[in-house]
Design a protein around this ligand. Sequence first.
Ligand code: HEM
Length: 504
Amino acid sequence: MSAGPREPFENPVIEWFDSRLPIFTMMQKEYGVFPTPKNFNYFWSFGGIAMTMLILMIVTGIFLAMNYTPQENMAFDSVEHIMRDVNYGWMLRYLHMNGASFFFIAVYTHIFRGMYYGSYKKPRELLWILGVIIFLLMMATAFMGYTLPWSQMGGWAATVITNLFSAIPFVGDSIVTLLLGGFAVGNPTLNRFFALHYLLPFVIVGIVFVHVWALHVTGSNNPLGIDVKGPQDTLAFSPYYTAKDMFGLAVFMLAYIAVTFFAPNMLAHPDHYIQYNALQTPAHIVPEWYFLPFYAMLRGITFGFNLYILAGIGIIGAALWPVYTKGKALKDPLLGMTIIPAVTDFGQYSKKFFTMLAIAGVVFMLGYFSQTMGLPLPFSKWVLLDSKLGGVIAMFGSIAILFVMPWLDSHPVRSARFRPQFKVAVLAMTASVAILGYIGAQTADAMLFGVIQWVYIGQILTGYYFAFFVIILPWLSVTEKASPMPNSINEAVLQENARKAGAR
Ligand code: HEM
């Protein structure tokens, strides 16, 4: 593969090895002298932190598997045996259990960093897409892992989530049977979940390898979002960023170790310590915290999509057509008639755009009230998408939409630092996801201050989440005026240093 020119190493053993398989040359090139923007903040440590957590999860998982039994009558007891009898079994299990949470904390921070600083944009689209695939695989792995201790919460979470697939028309029920290995959660479910829970982390390792490979082709983005112009903008990855990343990792590990050893069940549910009973449903089935925002979106769709709601969505699509196509007209393919005229000036178009959005909002709300409060409207009972399928589409769609984020946001400026409107929108989206997480943990009928049901707030926030991607990003792409940017990374770093020196 890498048979190019190489510098000989002084150490004879390394030189012998490297001249036959240039692994040390590759490491030196990719992680030693690799030119890296000189203005990284600690957000850039989270890829390395995620990688460390992935390795830690695999190592603790393998040792747990040595003492675990994937059989429905023995799984729960085998976990208790690990906790009580196996030497340091309690430690392995708590490290693995809390490790999953901290892995998600690292990856959520990593995703937020990518969004805020526009790392998903050209030329890093493929790197981003690989990241979204990793995220999906992580979710599948964590979900299946939660079933393995064969607890009330794990078993019933598996029942709820696998049953969602039954909402898919025609093939849904067959898919559920295939996933479960039967008609309900049972021994075949446990066996296949164990097999896949063991396999998928290694698939993730493979994709992380390609993810980092793609990163090393384009080079890293940075907090300013501007391209590296020359050597004056970069530092060698090692020792500068190996040292910085080690410090970031150490702080993160302190938090992880503190929770694991001092509050190991802080993020767990008491029902996770009761053996699974297929005949007794727990009072409240809640997923792990990292799934809660998506769970809230699933439960938030309490209404079917009738003609009004679909018409509202259609009007939004029509309003966005010129935005998506950067001004092109939409012609009827048969008659050649112009349906939506070309747009040359989005400033002028904005009035029309917001009027159409307002009409869409009214039509949508009419459909919504006819579904939820029985507002009598003609044809409002014609539901093309029921609430269950709608919820499932919202839940999976909220992640699937990330795949196309690089194309929804085509603004030439990457970093939110120079995009005041995008900054507000992306922070509001992040806050919405956090609040949705809170809502996902509430019971379905819980109220805020006894005034309004949380589920309604969840619906508004879910609406904003999708509006952020489908409406706000494309609109800002053509209208937002960026604030002035520095000419180079080096110039910005020197200015920042001078400012700090002046402040001292
Ligand atoms: C197992 C999970 C993951 C691991 C181990 C991982 C690893 C890494 C590493 C080591 C880097 C370089 C260091 C850094 O920029 O932080 C990186 C960069 C990046 N990752 Fe990930 N990643 C993971 C998941 C994801 C996910 C879920 C996404 C997005 C959905 C993502 C998107 C990106 C992007 C866009 C970059 C480039 C950042 C930049 O240059 O500014 N990654 N990743």
